[in-house]
Design a protein around this ligand. Structure first.
Ligand code: ZN
Length: 175
C-alpha cells in the first residue's frame, strides 16, 4: 500500500472534477473511506491467508470488480441532491475505491495488484512506480523506510492532488 494517510488524497481531489452540486456533501467522506477500505485485506495475514492468494493482500479487494460492487452498493444509500445524479455518485465511489489499487500499482515493492480478480489471479504493476512502498503495520512508520514512503507520497500523491484542485478552482473562478 501507499500509506493509509495518502489514499484519501485521490477522492479529495477527484471530487473537484465533478460538477458542483452533483455530489452530496457526505459522499466525500464515504469516498475517503472507500479509498482506504481495500487495505482491510491485511487482516488476511492474521488468518493465515497468503499474500499471493486471491483473498490475500492486494488481491480481490483491490480489483476493478470489488470497486464496482462497493460503488454500486453504497451509491444506493446516498440520497441524491439532483435528480439523475446517482450515476455520478456511483462513478465517484467506484473511482475512489479503484484509486487505491491504482496507487498501490505505482509503488516500488510488495506484490502487484490483482485488478482482474476474481476472473484472473494475475498481479499487475504500472510501468511507472515512483511511490516508495509503505511498511505494513503501525510500527513501520517510525523507521527510515516509513519516512521514505511518506516523503515520496507527499511528492507523488499530495503535490499533484493539491495542484489539480488549485487549477480547477482557478478555472471555475475564472469563468
Ligand atoms: Zn493496498
Amino acid at each position: 500500500m501507499a500509506t493509509i494517510f495518502s489514499h484519501p488524497a485521490v477522492p479529495l481531489a477527484l471530487a473537484s472534477l465533478f460538477p458542483s452540486g452533483a455530489l452530496p456533501s457526505g459522499v466525500l467522506l464515504i469516498g475517503v473511506a472507500c479509498s482506504i477500505l481495500p487495505d482491510l485485506d491485511v487482516i488476511g495475514f492474521r488468518l493465515g491467508i497468503a499474500y499471493g492468494d486471491v483473498l490475500g493482500h492486494r488481491g480481490l479487494s483491490h480489483s476493478i470488480f470489488f470497486a464496482a460492487v462497493v460503488g454500486l452498493g453504497l451509491s444506493f444509500f446516498v440520497p441524491e441532491n439532483q435528480a439523475g445524479a446517482r450515476w455520478m455518485i456511483f462513478l465517484f465511489l467506484f473511482l475512489s475505491t479503484l484509486s487505491h489499487g491504482a496507487l498501490d500499482a505505482m509503488t516500488d515493492g510488495g506484490l502487484g495488484i490483482a485488478f482482474f480478480a476474481p476472473f484472473s489471479d494475475r498481479r499487475y504493476f504500472f510501468p511507472w512506480r515512483p511511490i516508495a512502498v509503505s511498511p505494513i503495520g503501525i510500527g513501520g512508520f517510525f523507521t527510515a523506510a516509513g519516512w521514505r514512503a511518506i516523503a515520496s507520497e507527499l511528492q507523488w500523491i499530495w503535490l499533484p492532488a493539491v495542484c489539480l484542485v488549485g487549477l480547477l478552482h482557478g478555472f471555475k473562478a475564472g469563468r
